[in-house]
Design a protein around this ligand. Structure first.
Ligand SMILES: [Zn+2]
Length: 341
């Protein structure tokens, strides 16, 4: 498979992006990977003062901004015990049940093992707070690891039929979808289309506002994963894996206006895109901050259904990814109404 073919294949694209090391605040490797990937498909690009990568294609119609975040959840070393074991705090929404026995990867490639206090005793039934966990980097090159160094949980992406499984799919799958959309647009679009690959979403959507301020779009769309409700005994959520892309109606940080909802739904139906209406009573995305920039920006969100979010085995379906790409290219070419008329 040559480079061009790889960029048409969603599984390959996701694997190339999701295995790159990049916790919040340390997105430089992801950004460099994306810059190389999108270079053939964009007309302009810049990196802003916070580290967001923003690219543009087209110069007609109105300005539309899509955003996907580059960062992944991780850990920050807070203290080194005299014995050499490392203590850590979370970067973003790290889930304690996912940690025991996992591998913590540092930027230089050193892999530590995550252990827990009293593994064979109380930890069998009751996980301690995060200060009851530690990282073991013994007998490696890690003798000089100190506080202030970040790490991520090891991510290896595999596929099982149409399912794609790995860590950091939140939100490298969103980044992959934007790369594929840029590829498919091939510098031809009715609107002036900006795509922002943002920093620090997992620690409170810190990159999204400056990225949006730099573009001043007429409409903004966040592209991120959303949890599904189709696993056994899980939360009652309407979105299902493999049932198409999701058009957000509401989450904890966003109420999409009826006008933006209607525009997105009409575009999906016009292109015969399989979609679901998403209502999420937990979590938020970059859209939370994008809508608040300047005098207010009409804002929506497109979501990729994902099981086991914030675990090392986040699971998406490639068909949902392709439907999401189709909706994004459809919106990039759609007439953009005055949402607040
Ligand atoms: Zn996310």
């Amino acid at each position: 498979m040559d480079q061009e073919d790889r960029q048409k294949n969603m599984k390959e694209l996701i694997k190339q992006l999701a295995e790159v090391w990049g916790p919040s605040g340390y997105e430089h490797r992801v950004r460099a990977t994306l810059q190389a990937m999108v270079a053939p498909y964009v007309e302009a690009s810049y990196v802003d003062g916070l580290g967001n990568l923003i690219v543009r294609v087209g110069n007609g119609g109105k300005k539309i901004l899509f955003a996907a975040h580059m960062d992944q959840i991780g850990m920050m070393i807070t203290y080194r015990e005299p014995s050499g074991f490392l203590r850590f705090s979370p970067i973003g929404g790290l889930l304690r049940p996912t940690l025991v026995g996992q591998r913590a990867v540092f930027e230089d490639g050193t892999v530590g093992t995550i252990g827990v206090h009293d593994q064979w005793g109380t930890a069998r039934t009751h996980l301690p707070d995060l200060d009851g966990f530690f990282i073991d980097v013994s007998d490696g090159q890690g003798g000089d690891f100190q506080h202030g160094q970040p790490a991520v949980i090891e991510s290896r992406v595999i596929s099982r039929g149409s399912r794609i499984v790995g860590g950091a799919l939140d939100d490298r799958v969103g980044c992959a979808v934007l790369v594929k959309a840029l590829h498919d647009l091939n510098k031809q679009c009715a609107n002036t289309v900006y795509m922002a690959f943002t920093v620090q979403e997992e620690v409170g959507e810190r990159g999204a506002a400056p990225a949006t301020f730099g573009v001043q779009p007429d409409v903004a769309i966040a592209v991120d994963v959303t949890p599904t409700g189709d696993e056994p005994k899980n939360l009652k959520l309407p979105v299902q894996l493999g049932a198409g892309t999701a058009i957000k109606i509401q989450d904890q940080g966003l109420l999409v206006s009826p006008a933006v909802q209607a525009w997105m739904v009409a575009t999906a139906e016009q292109h015969e895109i399989r979609y679901q209406r998403e209502v999420l009573h937990m979590g938020r995305t970059d859209a939370t901050q994008m809508q608040l920039v300047g005098r207010g920006i009409p804002t929506g969100a497109v979501s990729i259904p994902c099981r086991y979010v914030h675990t090392p085995s986040e699971t998406v379906d490639e068909h949902d990814c392709y439907q999401t790409v189709a909706l994004i290219t459809g919106l990039a070419n759609a007439p953009i109404p005055d949402f607040v008329a």
